[in-house]
Design a binder for this molecule. Sequence first.
Ligand code: ADP
Ligand code: MN
Ligand code: MN
Ligand code: MN
Length: 336
Amino acid sequence: MSKIKAEYIWMDGHVPTQKLRSKTKVLNGPIDSISDLPIWGFDGSSTNQAVGNDSDCMLNPVYMVPDPIRGEDDILVMCEVMNPDGSVHASNTRAHLRHVSEKFANEESWFGIEQEYTLFEGRNPLGWPEGGYPAPQGPFYCGVGADEVFGREIVEDHMQLCLDAGLELSGINAEVMPGQWEYQIGPLSPLEASDQMWISRWLLYRVSEEYGVSATLHPKPVKGDWNGAGAHTNFSTKSMREPGGIDAINAACEKLSKKHDEHIEVYGADNDERLTGLHETCSIKEFRYGVSDRGASIRIPMQTSNDGFGYLEDRRPSANMDPYKVCAILIETTCN
Ligand code: ADP
Ligand code: MN
Ligand code: MN
Ligand code: MN
């Protein structure tokens, strides 16, 4: 038996966008299963989750992976926040997805989430001239060379950390705006995709610390003629993935067309700044779906259209969205 470090990670009560918090518990290890981890507490009055005279909140471990930064037997632990009596805390958005994914388990839904983000050094995106602008967008997307891409060391480190943690990271690319990048997690079950997305975000913030750089998920980090940052959410059910599944995909799009406002409500704060109808987006006021259409709300990938089965891509969620909420509403709208 030896001492190990468990980093307990949770979502705070910050409004309108919840942020990540974490603290370290030293335990006798190694820890083999999530059920071996103790419940823990924290001061909710410092995270906008409780008032000072009744400040204790509970951390309930729900998902763990190896800690790729500390190594050895150390672990990262995603937690649900509970009230002192064990009931679900108001800020706990995972609990609802837990219920939804259980209720619709027979649909076997999969999610693949594309996380876009922007690296900042001080008040400027990484690589931008002090107080000014780089050349207009065009050469940066998937670019190579010191004058085209900025922050690749961080991005490479982050990718390796995600893989070492056992996350289902499926790729990375430099984005259209310089200093902006993307990685994808999935396809995975709704809870796994969401838990892994939150842990990968924690790793992104954490590794950026080492470079004195901060990563932001703001949907429009630079105003004007610059691309925003989204979290395209790729989604399929078992019936969509089987031959003839295109009918199920079209039926899902029709259902989604009737719930546009409800979806936008949970697709991230300040998303109106991003969904303008420009920069490969559809206006926040419209709903459209189409094959290969990057100006639509929902894109049906060309491969899916050609095969007659596959998945759909919801292009509306912004980079700062909560995957627990987005996965839950996609299942509820399309599977009901
Ligand atoms: P884009 O062409 O929009 O940039 P990406 O390659 O960045 O697409 O992301 C596509 C995502 O879709 C990946 O995370 C991938 O794992 C996921 N994906 C692939 N097949 C499915 C599927 N059947 N259901 C859900 N997600 C899927
Ligand atoms: Mn992508
Ligand atoms: Mn992208
Ligand atoms: Mn996409």
